[in-house]
Design a protein around this ligand. Structure first.
Ligand code: SF4
Length: 371
């Protein structure tokens, strides 16, 4: 299966026209029962999931965003769909860059990884939430998940499929981060995606880190990114960009390793879109406010024209401290976390510790207070 050689330059993407990342939650079925599951995953597939034909129409539409559109097939566990390889092949044939976030279960065998690689998968993203089998398996609720994930990671490298490691940051996992960083390097991953917990789905039962601790972790991540062999990105913590810019301003040594200060942030609805297992169009999987359904409307039109998506791309509409912050155009705060705590996706992100100099209003609702 031929793969498009390169994607569009992320710094050149006009995020008012197309998402940098389009996630399709192909199913909510999953054999794991992770503590933090956004999808509230269940063992069985939903009877109203998008069908294979509907999925192919969705991939046709994704192609209309522009050449080399990045599509992430997520879940649940995408491997719960028997047509997964067919969908990967179809998307690849349309010129899409197809990537996958499978769960660390026994179905993720080296043979499966090999066949997904042959189908054209561009990247495999695996979750590791602890630096040891005990820590990871306890978080994931399944003995053996760590070993299966590491085995799949090695299989990805052997199949020539670039590897991404996803990690959830919350009070229960924060101490594991240095050990996970070492593992990411050992597994020869190309990217570490560090997700800061948003309290949706089963994630509501976990404790977020405090804004102070988040600040320390983000600062540490900028150091990791400067030294590591892999890239570092955050999910639902766009103030990583603000921290990196402040660090660079304070140091003549800190390199602009990935152009983080030149690029606008990617947040829910602004460079990011999500289609649920039943076809709802959300700004993010962590911001389950629908702008319509792919069964009834055009994904491209909804992304570009819906009031919801347009408002999320206009930081001047944000309220509270995010609305006056001088970093709002490069950061903007997690719209998903604001929505989870207030029901208003334009409110301020309670995880951010920064207070703009001219701001004297209330702190955002939902700030965690204990480590
Ligand atoms: S106040 Fe809001 S926009 Fe400013 S850095 Fe914090 S999260 Fe970002």
């Amino acid at each position: 299966m031929s793969r498009p050689s390169t994607g569009p330059d992320p710094t050149a993407i006009d995020t008012s026209r197309r998402p940098f990342v389009l996630v399709w939650e192909v199913t909510q079925a999953c054999g794991l029962a992770c503590d933090h599951c956004r999808a509230d995953a269940t063992p069985a597939r939903h009877p109203d999931e998008l069908t294979t034909e509907e999925g192919k129409r969705l991939l046709d539409e994704a192609r209309d965003f522009g050449p080399g559109q990045l599509v992430v097939l997520s879940g649940g566990d995408p491997l719960a769909r028997p047509d997964l390889t067919e969908l990967v092949e179809y998307g690849t044939e349309q010129g899409l860059r197809m990537t996958l976030t499978p769960s660390g279960t026994s179905s993720l065998t080296p043979e499966t990884v090999q066949s997904l690689g042959e189908a054209g998968i561009r990247r495999l993203a695996l979750s590791i939430d602890g630096g040891s089998p005990a820590a990871h398996d306890s978080f994931r609720g399944e003995d053996g998940s760590f070993d299966q994930t590491v085995q799949a990671a090695r299989a990805a490298r052997e199949a020539g499929v670039p590897l991404q490691i996803n990690t959830t940051v919350c009070a229960q996992t924060a101490d594991e981060l240095p050990a996970i960083r070492d593992l990411v390097a050992d597994l020869d991953a190309v990217l570490w995606s560090v997700f800061f917990l948003v309290p949706v789905g089963r994630g509501r039962i976990l404790d977020p880190v405090t804004p102070e601790r988040a600040e320390r972790i983000l600062s540490w991540l900028t150091e990791v990114s400067e030294e590591a062999s892999f890239g570092v990105k955050t999910t639902e913590a766009p103030h990583y960009r603000r921290v990196a810019i402040q660090r660079r301003r304070n140091s003549t040594d800190a390199p602009d390793a990935d152009g983080i200060g030149r690029r606008l942030g990617i947040i829910a609805g602004n460079g990011f879109a999500f289609v649920s297992h039943t076809g709802d169009i959300y700004p993010s999987g962590f911001l389950p406010k629908s702008a319509g359904s792919v069964r009834e409307s055009s994904l491209v039109e909804r992304y570009r024209e819906s009031d919801l998506f347009q408002s999320l791309r206009d930081p001047d509409q944000f309220s509270g401290k995010c609305g006056v912050c001088e970093f709002r155009h490069v950061c903007g705060g997690s719209r998903s976390r604001a929505y989870a705590h207030t029901g208003d996706p334009l409110a301020s992100d309670p995880l951010c510790d920064y207070v703009p100099a001219e701001y004297d209003g209330p702190m955002p609702a939902g700030r965690a207070s204990d480590d």
